[in-house]
Write a protein that binds this ligand. Structure first.
Ligand code: ZN
Length: 257
């Protein structure tokens, strides 16, 4: 039984690892600036489309609040999105501007004004602490894999959840199944605490692989994946930014749960 695999396919998360283990030019802050740059490009493209539909009223499109008042989106005044005329308008916009008119946009992107990742983290912890509901979430968390630590997971109200940057990292487990078990019981599966998760053959393969690589347990994320990791729940990061991040990542995955 492979509960771990089921867990992976049920979760809808994305992660992007940027920078190889010894690449000192890649830091938490440089990655934060990179992702901010991608978001700014994305919003510039959105603004260009807003300008375009305003200048061309014949397209029959508007940019307005969604019915629940939570987002902004592009809307066709006549007919459905998938009607022939609207759908060809959408395709032309996608081709000329590089974004889809299906996207939903947040009401504000104030976090883009945060100068550093620390500012960003404080901004979201503050937002979550002051919120009355659980809808508030940061678009992503960035983890520095350079050394073992616990980091704030910014996706839920309170931000009290932590992520362990070592062999117990959930993210490590997605890319290297059974890595946690393998480190915990390097000598034998007989001692695997995770009996229900341990698929003995694969667990043994992982141990053999890790022994050959000589990976320190506390730096497992750094050695096996790389330097800096952006993690997000699926759908929190717009497709445009996902594509850009994938292009600069050593490892990336976008689970569609
Ligand atoms: Zn095992």
């Amino acid at each position: 039984m492979k509960i771990r695999s089921d867990f992976v396919t049920n979760s809808s998360s994305s992660s992007f690892v940027i920078g190889k283990k010894d690449d000192e030019t890649v830091t938490l802050e440089s990655v934060f600036q990179t992702i901010k740059g991608f978001y700014k490009e994305y919003l510039e493209k959105r603004d260009a489309v807003v300008q375009y539909i305003t200048d061309n009223p014949k397209l029959g499109m508007v940019y307005q609040e969604t019915e629940d008042g939570e987002y902004y989106c592009f809307k066709f005044l006549n007919g459905k999105r998938w009607d022939e005329k609207n759908s060809s308008t959408n395709k032309a916009i996608e081709r000329d501007f590089g974004i889809s008119t299906w996207d939903y946009f947040k009401k504000n992107y104030n976090w883009l004004e945060c100068e550093t990742y620390r500012d960003y983290e404080n901004y979201w912890l503050n937002q979550m602490d002051n919120a009355n509901d659980y809808k508030i979430h940061a678009p992503f968390t960035i983890a520095d894999f350079f050394e073992e630590k616990e980091i704030n997971w910014l996706h839920y109200k309170g931000g009290k959840e932590v992520h362990h940057v070592n062999s117990k990292s959930d993210i490590l487990g997605w890319y290297f199944e059974y890595a946690e078990e393998a480190f915990a019981n390097m000598e034998s599966c007989e001692k695997c605490d995770y009996a229900s998760w341990c698929d003995r053959e694969e667990c043994e393969q992982q141990k053999t692989f890790l022994k050959g690589k000589d990976v320190p347990e506390d730096k497992a994320c750094l050695y096996l994946l790389g330097r800096i990791c952006i993690h997000s729940e699926c759908g929190y990061i717009p497709d445009y930014v996902v594509e850009k991040l994938s292009g600069v990542s050593e490892y990336s995955c976008n689970h569609m749960g």
